[in-house]
Ligand binder design. Structure first.
Ligand SMILES: O=c1[nH]cc([C@@H]2O[C@H](COP(=O)(O)OP(=O)(O)OP(=O)(O)O)[C@@H](O)[C@H]2O)c(=O)[nH]1
Length: 620
């Protein structure tokens, strides 16, 4: 839904968000804006003392971020963007400007400064309109800022450090994330909440309205104040050629290298007329159409992974579509379209010399990179995609769809489906390994586990989490307990390193065989695979193996109590299609754990959709 119809003006424009902040991406895409993400390489090192105000500093940084991206894209790309958006969020307290902490000590210094006091959060935003004439880039900049005041409670040392150890402060201005755990530190907020999160959406929409719908001449005679986003509820003309008003009026605030005055009165009147005649049409269903296209984008990503496009481009000079096509036995015309889509999705960079990997592709999509998700992509392409094509049956029948994909009965989910052949098993393990590596460090850091000297990672697969636990707690001995076939293949995933001596593998079936003894049991993304009956069975086995004081570390995706968060809900649907289980809420896990004698539940939300929970076994 596009509540701010002016966003429809930008539908056919090439809009670029010059920001790596996932929060800014989420805020703008939730608002229905269609944009590409090109993080800025501008180093945030302007001399703060040279600015009269903190917001002046934030606006200038935002502008430099956006201009850097605009000029890089103009030089490298075949098509200059129409609009580049940059933003910078800072916190000010006692005359000091706080940005993102550089390490935990820095986070500590920042948060202690904020404790018990009120501070301001400023986000500077720059909207850079770009055009290209005679190969020269021309820019016009509109900039603004928003201020929100936030008051923190008094923070105890313990709370402070617990929060810092959650890892959340590190990429956030002022060292806290108001939208997540950091919200617990906040007593009151005055002003725009999203401004604190990183992007003042309301002010941004008003700014767009000012740019694209300048007041009519008669309105200019009286001062007009927009207390809210004007409801210009029209179906916008999306064409760039018929004078439908896709260009902003030349009315920027702040600095610009082509300063322009308010839009010409004639143009303004024509625009206003245009809105009035179309006022009865509904808003363009941008978000809906994006949702519809979602599966095509996913399939393009998965196909590029399957064809190893990102491997061919890793550490190479830019290559043409035809070169890649010949390497993977594909048509040049098909490959060009695929690569163009990958570039539009921000996975490749396209220049006159050809295509090259973006940092994201090098990091996560090349199959040999340290944090590769290539195996996970193949699992999605080869297995999960097929299961999802039977979603309708899954909904009607309330069960997974392996039987339909495989054309035979599936009694044992793992032996009959995921591990039905050595190849499928290896691919499954590669997928799990990639995901586990990405999240394991956060899991290991979520709680202080130093009181335990032995742990058993039940269903621990390749041992990726065991490795991080061993790294974080050098006196911890970790047993990875998994099916014999898994243990046999797990040797292929063991890097050399000092942790090897702390990790042992034990073969067995956690529903049938006794569990290795340990002071801490770990169940990472295991319970969500199983029905309530089987979860009870497994938890009672764990409980029987535990002495009082033993710990149980669960890692799962928690459903929010209101069942509103899309990320966890889609995971639960995923579980329906793939497994015998489902995602559960914190309350449901708490009941399950308490039934089996585990109490004192603590929960830490991790990046992405995972949550870590730690409970302690009480005396029976
Ligand atoms: O409560 C919250 N406060 C702030 C944030 C996030 O903090 C960062 C602010 O940093 P900056 O403006 O420099 O932006 P970057 O993340 O470095 O991305 P750019 O590429 O745009 O420079 C921002 O991500 C906020 O979202 C928060 O999440 N919660």
């Amino acid at each position: 839904m596009v509540l701010c119809p002016v966003i429809g003006k930008l539908l056919h424009k090439r809009v670029v968000l010059a920001s790596a902040s996932p929060r800014r991406q989420e805020i703008l895409s939730n608002a229905g804006l269609r944009f590409e993400v090109v993080p800025s390489k501008f180093k945030e090192k302007l001399d703060k003392a040279s600015f009269a105000t903190p917001y002046g500093y934030a606006m200038e940084t935002a502008k430099q971020k956006a201009l850097e991206v605009a000029s890089r894209m103009h030089q490298k790309d075949l098509r200059t963007p129409d609009m580049v958006i940059g933003a910078d969020t800072i916190v000010t307290v006692g005359g000091l400007i706080l940005e993102k902490p550089v390490d935990k000590q820095d986070a500590y210094r920042m948060l202690s400064r904020l404790s018990g006091k009120e501070h301001s959060v400023f986000t500077g935003v720059a909207i850079v309109h770009c055009s290209s004439k005679d190969r020269q880039l021309h820019t016009r900049v509109s900039e603004f800022y928003e201020e929100t005041t936030v008051k923190f409670s008094e923070l105890s040392e313990e709370l402070l450090w617990e929060y810092i150890h959650s890892g959340e402060p590190m990429d956030k201005a002022g060292g806290y994330g108001i939208q997540a755990l950091g919200g617990m530190l906040v007593e009151s907020v005055h002003g725009d909440f999203l401004n604190v999160v990183g992007f003042p959406l309301n002010h941004f929409c008003k700014q767009l309205v000012e740019l694209y719908y300048p007041p009519r001449p008669e309105d200019l005679r009286q001062p007009v104040q927009h207390d809210s986003i004007p409801a210009v509820d029209t179906f916008e003309d999306l064409s760039d050629v018929d004078g439908g008003g896709s260009e902003p009026a030349q009315r920027e605030t702040g600095s610009c290298d082509e300063k322009a005055e308010a839009g010409a009165a004639g143009q303004a009147t024509a625009e206003a007329e245009c809105h009035r005649t179309r006022a009865t049409l509904p808003p363009f269903p941008t978000r809906l159409l994006e949702l519809l296209d979602g599966f095509k984008l996913s399939k393009a990503l998965l196909t590029a992974c399957k064809l190893k496009v990102f491997d061919w481009l890793k550490d190479e000079a830019p290559q043409k579509a035809a070169d890649i096509a010949s390497k993977v036995d594909a048509s040049a015309c098909g490959m060009e379209r695929l690569l163009d889509v990958c570039a539009a999705m921000g996975l490749l960079e396209k220049t006159e010399q050809g295509y090259s990997n973006t940092e994201t592709a090098n990091l996560y999509l090349a199959s040999d990179s340290e944090y590769s998700l290539h195996g996970f992509m193949l699992q999605n392409n080869d297995i999960i995609w097929n299961l999802f094509t039977h979603l309708e049956f899954a909904i009607r029948e309330g069960r997974n769809q392996h039987h339909r994909v495989l054309g035979k009965k599936v009694d044992d989910l793992f032996q009959d489906a995921y591990y039905r052949s050595p190849e499928t098993q290896l691919r499954f393990m590669q997928a799990m390994h990639g995901v586990a590596k990405l999240t394991a460090r956060q899991v290991a850091n979520a709680f202080d586990l130093s009181r335990f000297s032995s742990a058993c990672d039940v269903g621990g697969c390749t041992g990726a989490l065991a490795r991080e636990l061993a790294r974080e707690y050098p006196r911890l001995q970790v047993t990875v307990f998994d099916l014999p076939d898994v243990v046999e293949l797990a040797v292929h995933f063991q890097p050399a390193g000092p942790q090897a001596a702390q990790i042992h593998f034990a073969a067995g079936d956690f529903f049938r065989d006794p569990l290795p003894s340990a002071e801490l049991y770990v169940l990472c993304r295991i319970l969500h695979d199983w029905s309530d009956d089987k979860v009870h069975k497994l938890l009672s086995k764990v409980a029987e193996s535990c002495k009082p004081g033993a710990g149980l570390l669960l890692v799962e995706t928690l459903l929010d109590e209101k069942r509103e968060a899309q990320g966890s809900l889609i995971q639960s649907l995923n579980m329906l299609v793939q497994t015998e289980g489902r995602e559960r809420s914190r309350g449901e896990y708490q009941c399950l754990l308490e039934l089996h004698g585990f109490h004192q539940l603590q929960v830490v939300h991790l990046d992405g959709v995972l949550d870590a929970m730690l409970a302690t076994r009480a005396a029976p």
